[in-house]
Design a protein around this ligand. Sequence first.
Ligand code: ADP
Ligand code: ZN
Ligand code: ZN
Length: 719
Amino acid sequence: MPSILQVALDTPLPRLFDYRLPDGLATVQPGSLVEVPFGRTLQIGVALGRQTDSTIVADKLRDVIRVLDDRPALSPEILRLAQFCADYYHHPLGAILLATLPPRLRNASPFAADTPWLVATEAGRAAEPLARAKSQRALLDALRAAPISRATLREQKQGRHAAALVEAGWAAWSRVPPRPDDAPPTTDAPPATAEQHAALDALLPGLGAFGVHLIHGVTGSGKTELYLRLIDAVLADGKQALVLIPEIALTPQLEQHFRRRFPERRFATLHSGLSEKDRTEHWLAAPDCDVLLGTRLSVFAPLPRLGLIVVDEEHDGSFKQQDGLRYSARDVAIARGKQAGVPVVLGSATPSLESYAQALNGRYQLVELKQRAISQAQLPDIELVDLKHIPVDNGLTRPALTALGETLARGEQSLVFLNRRGYAPALYCPSCAWVSPCPRCSARLVLHRTAHRLKCHHCGYETRIPSECPSCGNPDLKPLGQGTQRLEETLAAFLPAARIRRIDRDTMRPRAWAELGEAVHGGEVDILVGTQMLAKGHDFPNMTLALILDTDGALYSPDFRATERLFAQLMQVAGRAGRADKPGRVLIQTAFPDHPLFRYLQRHDYPGYARALLAERKQLELPPFTRQVLVRAEATTMDAALAFLQRAAQLAPDDAGVSVFGATPAPMARVANLERAQLLVQSASRQALQKFVRDWRPQLEAIKPRIARWSLDVDPLVF
Ligand code: ADP
Ligand code: ZN
Ligand code: ZN
């Protein structure tokens, strides 16, 4: 009887593959990475179950080539979490498993981790080594002060003593490097505010078991402080904390804050902005760290002693991956917490309606912080500038300019928020109305004047700025509308004395964020101009004015989540104004001052607006009261994309509880020369929808003729 190994491979097929295990490899464990022949190539796969039997005839079975034992196997927890994702997102297990690994570990070439560090264990810190073992004692003392690298130990000929300490359980090899020499000064916890006290009293008893807790706290109410105290409690128990945050840019800032509070603890960060080498090292370090701080991909990191998951800014759209495995890291975090029996704490000033509805119906514990932690810090006044009655000059009104000028004169800082990066949203020909189309998408090319380029923000296409209209030859082309670059220029013209800085995806590398933060704190910036990136993170005490331009597109958008998102953004931007002892002011330019969103915003009434939106969603049978799955199809012609989806609709299983809507062109109908169409499926029951899609998927795979690409998006956020 041959021994058969089931292997998960990164293929589009939702199945496992059988291989024969040669005798020498008989000890391979589930989760190990193996190299196997696949077609005419070799592939890395993940070893799963063992069997004695295969449906494949014996002489067609191929051999596992080798086990990649230079890297750790995926743990049973991660295998289980990936299986959940495969079932829930209807995505191939192998593709998910391999995607959980940093790219370097998916590569077959030999791998050697950097020299590990020897660190003192908890036992080693408490231990009293025997008096006669003098060298051991000296080494342990040294380790208590700082980890020592293997190379140093070798140089100092300490190998034998190191081994003895490891043997005794007083030291351990770790992949975590020591704290840098410039470790920041430590800070103590401030005494908790009354609200924080009440919140902790509510949260701490839940720490031992799975449960979802939603902290709804206004900006500046001290949510981060609550996370720190919860983490502290979990670490004291010898467990690990996973902290998920939406933006790479925020990791250095938050990491520093955490390190100051827990100077003795081991941290690791994981995000796609790390070099490949660092990402690999940090991933390998994760099992030994105390706190892992990272963006959505870290939800799959190996954490054997996991005791708490925190999802900060849980409403943020960047927790949802928009290609491949279209997972929501928040939802996967909850699944992981459930599997591991670990509490999950979600936090936001503007929770997603999905989470808020669960809190209102009692499935999540709701914990509220209604006041800012620093008692003098008042919530800002929010004023509307009615664009129907007040003229606009280059995107700015007189009241807006006056407010900026006054703030500048007081030596305080302003931020100007415009959700469009680039110089102008398009280049325009006044004589024939040509408006810089992207040749590959149904979108406009955005004018980037400093780079002298027109760029497509959807497919990446770029070209130089034409010297005349490509359609009629008119040499006098004009920018159409305002982007942040042009706004920066306009502001500089109006307020020549102001020191203006712009932040958006075009200017911001993660390092630049920290540097900008320091510049703002140091008073080197008067006006900060930017896109939604502005709404996140930083806490600038001297920032007393927030000016918000051009938000009206979202008020009457066909996307049913547009107002939810806009409200969250505006609350976050408003939350940036007046955080310390200075009162803040928010000015919003809008042509629709009567829109109900502004009424709630002016009262800082998230719960009120959330309830109003939920009532509307319920009436319209939209999420969170229904569940959705979107089938996306891309083809060289729209007809082919629609035909695929129409066929899909015909093949849909019969289930009265599931509605299948008509196939339609996507709102962005063409991207990168592919026509895109979509088909929405919806049900009030998550289980019914899951079963429906499970039965449906094989039918979709069999549809002929094939098209360029199709995919399932479970719980889609953008359409
Ligand atoms: P949030 O995450 O809710 O926006 P933070 O945790 O960043 O709020 O806290 C906002 C500000 O209040 C920070 O400057 C923080 O240091 C301060 N703060 C938080 N809790 C306390 C407290 N208990 N006492 C004094 N200051 C606090
Ligand atoms: Zn023209
Ligand atoms: Zn394009």
